[in-house]
Design a protein around this ligand. Structure first.
Ligand SMILES: Cc1cc2nc3c(=O)[nH]c(=O)nc-3n(C[C@H](O)[C@H](O)[C@H](O)COP(=O)(O)OP(=O)(O)OC[C@H]3O[C@@H](n4cnc5c(N)ncnc54)[C@H](O)[C@@H]3O)c2cc1C
Length: 306
């Protein structure tokens, strides 16, 4: 009860207090912060996905500025020899305003990424953008890019169908550097008519979607901190003798780091999502809402305790 009260209070809290608690989830405000964090993760045997925070831009010049920042990230990945790629939110590139504009930005980013032998993931946002995001992915693939991947959300009732429809686009001959589908539960609040709501039914659909991806021989990023799903995934990987090039686990910075250590110790590939940037607020609020210990963290920060 205290947790849900604190979640309701979050928008009322001063940003400085939210930052004090939320900074575990982000590398920091600047590119140098993301580079430092990525090097640290690489030194622990993990790959990274760097994310420039921001979403739902209001005009297209903001999209262009965010794209420039991503080009700097790609330069840094090459220059600093990071084991990493980037993840890009479509509404940050203007998808909600002008599809063609967003499409051209992704083309630019993919061209730069291809020159650097790396990969661009299209993040998946809330359901008004599911169709246009998948269309963006299809058109980028149709224009010849193989270093692009997309995300599917297991809480959506449509996802098994989407896997069927997308499967013809993917084949094991593609470069697997980024694992073509990232499968996650999904973070946005969606209506029951289109989304599973219960913890167990989301888990069940996650398992079905993973099975379907593996049946179709599609390389997959398994993005979850749910130990039940991680155990299930490992069972499937071992049962089907899936080689390491065809899968990886993915986790968010600051969430259950010991679980990540265990995944790596067991010999599985792990990629960490490393977000950075000035626009940390919306992302951090989502992460805080998911944190089962949020009330304790906020209360300790309010009283200046660590
Ligand atoms: C790499 C990566 C990329 C993602 N990309 C997208 C995307 O493009 N689109 C999208 O909709 N969603 C995305 N997500 C978010 C995802 O959909 C879930 O909302 C999020 O991962 C929590 O779900 P879970 O599978 O970890 O299961 P949960 O059941 O939510 O969490 C499992 C356990 O992890 C712990 N935990 C979870 N979150 C926190 C936290 N913030 N702090 C502390 N402990 C926590 C808890 O102990 C919890 O019991 C991504 C997730 C990851 C890991």
């Amino acid at each position: 009860m205290l947790n849900s009260l604190v979640v309701k209070m979050l928008p009322l809290l001063p940003k400085s207090l939210v930052y004090a608690v939320a900074k575990r989830y982000i590398a920091g405000p600047r590119l140098e912060d993301a580079i430092r964090e990525s090097k640290q993760q690489n030194s622990k045997g993990r790959q990274v996905t760097i994310d420039v925070l921001g979403e739902h831009i209001q005009d297209l010049t903001e999209a262009d500025a965010a794209a420039e920042e991503y080009l700097r990230v790609l330069e840094a990945i090459q220059f600093e020899q990071l084991q990493g790629n980037v993840s890009v939110k479509p509404t940050q590139m203007g998808l909600g305003i002008d599809f063609q504009h967003a499409f051209h930005i992704y083309q630019k980013l993919l061209t730069s990424a291809r020159e650097k032998n790396t990969f661009v993931r299209i993040d998946m946002e809330d359901s008004p953008y599911t169709d246009s995001t998948l269309e963006l992915y299809r058109q980028l693939r149709a224009s010849g890019f193989t270093n692009v991947g997309v995300v599917l959300q297991a809480y959506l009732r449509r996802t098994l169908n989407d896997i069927e429809n997308l499967s013809s686009l993917m084949s094991h001959t593609l470069a697997d550097a980024g694992k073509h589908i990232r499968l996650c539960k999904g973070i946005y609040v969606e209506p029951e008519s289109i989304a599973y709501k219960g913890r167990e039914e989301i888990r069940t659909n996650f398992k079905r979607c993973l099975d379907s991806l593996l049946d179709h021989d599609i390389s997959v990023g398994i993005a979850t901190h749910d130990e039940v799903l991680i155990r299930y995934s490992i069972q499937q990987i071992e049962k089907r003798s899936i080689p390491k090039e065809k899968y990886e686990f993915q986790m968010l910075l600051g969430v259950l780091p010991e679980l990540g250590d265990r995944i790596v110790q067991q010999g599985h590939p792990l990629r960490m999502y490393v977000p950075f940037g000035e626009k940390w607020y919306a992302y951090s609020i989502r992460r805080l809402k998911e944190n089962p210990a949020i009330a304790g963290y906020i209360l300790r920060a309010m009283f200046g305790l660590r």
